[in-house]
Design a protein around this ligand. Structure first.
Ligand SMILES: *Cc1c(COP(=O)(O)O)cnc(C)c1O
Length: 395
């Protein structure tokens, strides 16, 4: 009987999600991820992938993945420290560290795991972590798992950050770490790394930046937001699942002792399988491509500029910035979903974001640019947005 009432309880929760207009549904893409995809037999422009440089279906990555499978097999069937480390894994860790200008790097199954495993081994109850209020869920969870005292500052509010740092210092914290996303993924806003760097220096804090939405396309040669801001940070985390090919995998890069201790103590590293050779081999190829991809980065930011100005001219309400994350603000969740559906009917795939990933009343369509979209694609998509926006009363 308990089983039935549990299922009834879950169904009621789901019905509540549906009634509030908050139900997420998955569309089935037939074939590869890309600027153009096929959904239910229809071609669509894809404006919602984290495929910033368009590498997700790049033939060079596909052949690197195949070559790595031929030479190194399919699976590892082991965590790293037992018997799951190949020469390829160490080569990728060295390559990532070198690319980011850090001493060492360590791979994880995902950046969610990297952030989840980062804080607990490094900081104890004598220490403090100061976290931006809009940090990614994985940073929030990772901080929760550590025993350090927690302080939160309002998103991007540097006065509040400094106040929180002072509070941590006044409380006698031994080590203080400031943790932030390099780019806040719901808004496309950049962290103010220069000011964070200044505050960190003034109060002797460590800095940790999650650069998932920047590595590969921001900063010189795609080295991310610290390079973009011209500062150095102590610890960088990132993903292989976005601009660097879009498969999966995460990493932490930082000073030697940090990475050495994480190899001994980070739970997602110790208790989860090693990345498969295909992903590791392709990621090595992706870094070579990305380092030399000034043309793709230029196309990406050209597209972002064209897209922002076109949407603004059409009367949409955007958040300011230059990042290829371009949120179209709508308000209530049902309206955002209606706009997404009206766009889908016109061959444009977008995704509506609403509570709990953004605050109530700030539902939006988060569009994302891609280096492989052409100016003609964007004109087509702008036409669809104008029609769909009028149809749904958004503009
Ligand atoms: C996508 C993302 C993650 C998670 O990365 P995965 O490798 O997909 O687990 C973590 N942090 C931020 C800021 C992200 O945008």
């Amino acid at each position: 009987m308990a089983e039935i009432s549990f299922a009834e309880h879950l169904k009621a929760t789901l019905a509540g999600i549906e009634a509030e207009g908050l139900m997420k549904r998955e569309r089935l893409i037939e074939g590869a991820q890309g600027a153009r995809v096929s959904v239910a037999g229809r071609p669509m422009l894809n404006l919602c992938a984290n495929n910033y440089l368009g590498l997700a279906d790049d033939p060079r990555l596909i052949s690197a993945a195949k070559a790595a499978m031929d030479s190194h097999g399919y699976g590892m069937a082991s965590v790293r420290f037992i018997c799951g480390t190949q020469d390829l894994h160490r080569a990728l860790e060295a390559r990532i560290a070198d690319f980011l200008g850090m001493e060492e790097a360590i791979l994880f199954a995902a950046c969610f795991d990297a952030n989840g495993g980062l804080f607990e081994p490094l900081l104890g109850e004598e220490d403090a972590i100061i976290s931006d209020s809009l940090n990614h869920a994985s940073i929030i969870d990772g901080i929760r798992l550590s025993k350090a005292r927690r302080f939160r500052f309002r998103n991007g509010d540097m006065e509040d950050l400094e106040a929180q740092v002072r509070a941590a210092r006044a409380g006698g914290a031994r080590f203080v770490m400031i943790a932030t996303d390099g780019v806040f993924s719901m808004d496309g806003y950049l962290a103010n790394l220069r000011e964070i760097d200044r505050i960190a220096r003034a109060h002797d804090c460590l800095t940790m930046v999650d650069d998932c939405h920047a590595t590969g396309f921001m900063g010189s040669q795609g080295r991310g937001t610290p390079a973009h801001a011209g500062v150095r940070v102590d610890i960088l985390t990132g993903t292989l699942g976005k601009a660097l090919g879009g498969a999966l995998g995460g990493y932490i890069a930082g000073p030697g002792p940090v990475i050495d201790l994480l190899r001994q103590r980070a739970r997602p590293y110790l208790f989860s399988n090693a990345l498969p050779p295909a992903v590791v081999g392709a990621a090595l190829a992706a870094l070579d491509i990305v380092e030399a991809a000034d043309d793709l980065r230029a196309a990406l930011f050209r597209n972002a500029a064209q897209w922002r100005s076109g949407l603004t001219a059409a009367g949409f309400d955007l958040l300011p910035g230059a990042h290829p994350i371009i949120p179209v603000m709508v308000g209530e969740a049902p309206k955002a979903q209606a706009l997404a559906r009206a766009l889908e009917a016109r061959g444009v795939m977008v995704s509506a974001f609403f509570h709990p990933v953004v605050p109530h009343g700030q539902a939006r369509i988060r569009t994302q640019m891609n280096a492989r979209l052409t100016p003609e694609d964007l004109e087509l998509a702008l036409g669809a947005f104008a029609e769909a926006g009028r149809e749904t009363g958004v503009i």
